[in-house]
Design a protein around this ligand. Structure first.
Ligand code: ATP
Ligand code: MG
Length: 291
């Protein structure tokens, strides 16, 4: 790395250390042709929290994530990550910040012609092309273990993995560069409840041990209840509310009431309440392993 790149990394180190807000979005507007997806959308993600992002299908959750990570250029608005403006900056310019995040895309998006280990190595090769190959292999093996995958998964191709293993492989790739910020787009979609609960537990435990900020798009009510510190609700082209689930329930927006107070929402609340009661009595966890 050049001296200038090192100085830039050090500057971003300080920004990550000192900012209270990991992501700040203001006045965001995105359209595709005549379809406006976001209009005047504001959102803050606090450093160190797991923020759940919910909203009906097609409300623009993935587009919001893509805007933040620079894959979608908004028509209007400002996006800051750890205080660094992300709009209108070339990939090279914001490199020091880009290295601070890892992304698990909706559907996993693993490269099908690469093994799990090679997939995990992709960001390492991209950002640290001169790294010693043996060290690169070791980092990949370590990240694979960290996500709870067995070492035997490393040489397998995505087609040889179960859905849950694919998600973990995607998570290992997202963690490849030791991120401060993790983006997860529907990480538990398509998993059975036990696999989903195990993935949630893994996310929470990684978030705590690594001090991560997590931007977590999900439809999974169990995930929202069990691991999210706050939840942001996308509707009407903006974030209509953000807060704890109790705070959201205190609003009278019909979509929020329907979502959290519908039959599935009530079931998730009941499950969490039961589990909390069990934990207070010191009884073992429910068979599905939810904390
Ligand atoms: N590249 C694109 N070109 C045109 N339209 C797009 C593009 N990407 C997204 N859209 C549209 O923007 C809207 C929001 O899409 P997005 O993928 O963000 O939805 P979502 O909230 O993530 O939905 P889901 O919960 O189903 O994943 C949709 O109507 C989609 O068709
Ligand atoms: Mg989506």
């Amino acid at each position: 790395m050049s001296d200038e790149e090192i100085r830039e990394e050090e500057r971003v180190d300080v920004a990550v250390e000192t900012s209270d807000v990991a992501i700040r979005v203001r006045g965001l507007r995105n359209s595709f042709g005549s379809q406006t997806v976001h209009d005047d959308l504001d959102l803050d993600v606090r450093k160190g929290e797991i923020l759940g992002v919910v909203g009906g299908s097609g409300t623009g959750k993935s587009v919001l994530m893509r805007s933040i990570i620079g894959l979608q250029t908004p028509e209007q608005g400002e996006i800051h990550v750890f205080g660094e403006s992300m709009i209108g900056r070339l990939d090279d310019e914001a490199l020091a910040v880009r290295k601070r995040w890892g992304v698990l895309f909706q559907g996993g998006a693993l490269f099908s012609t690469l093994t799990v280990a090679e997939n995990v190595e992709v960001p390492i090769r991209e950002y640290y092309p001169n790294i010693n190959p043996r060290l690169r292999d070791e980092i990949a093996a370590y990240k694979i273990r960290m996500t709870g995958l067995p070492a035997e998964a490393a040489p397998k191709y995505p087609a040889e993995l179960s859905g849950g293993m694919k998600k973990r492989a995607g998570l290992a790739r997202a963690l490849a560069l030791d991120p401060d910020l993790l983006f997860l787009d529907e990480p538990t979609a398509g998993l059975d409840p036990i696999g989903a609960a195990a993935f949630d537990d893994q996310t929470r435990s990684l978030q705590r041990t690594l001090g991560l900020t997590v931007f977590l798009i999900t439809h999974d009510l169990d995930t929202l209840y069990s691991i999210c510190d706050r939840v942001a609700v996308l509707a009407d082209k903006r974030v209509i509310a953000v807060g704890t689930i109790d705070e959201l329930l205190a609003t009278d927006h019909p979509w929020i009431q329907e979502y959290f107070n519908g039959p599935r929402g009530r079931a998730a609340t009941a499950a969490v309440t039961r589990e909390k009661g069990r934990q207070q009595q010191g009884a073992p966890h429910a068979p599905d392993g939810r904390q």
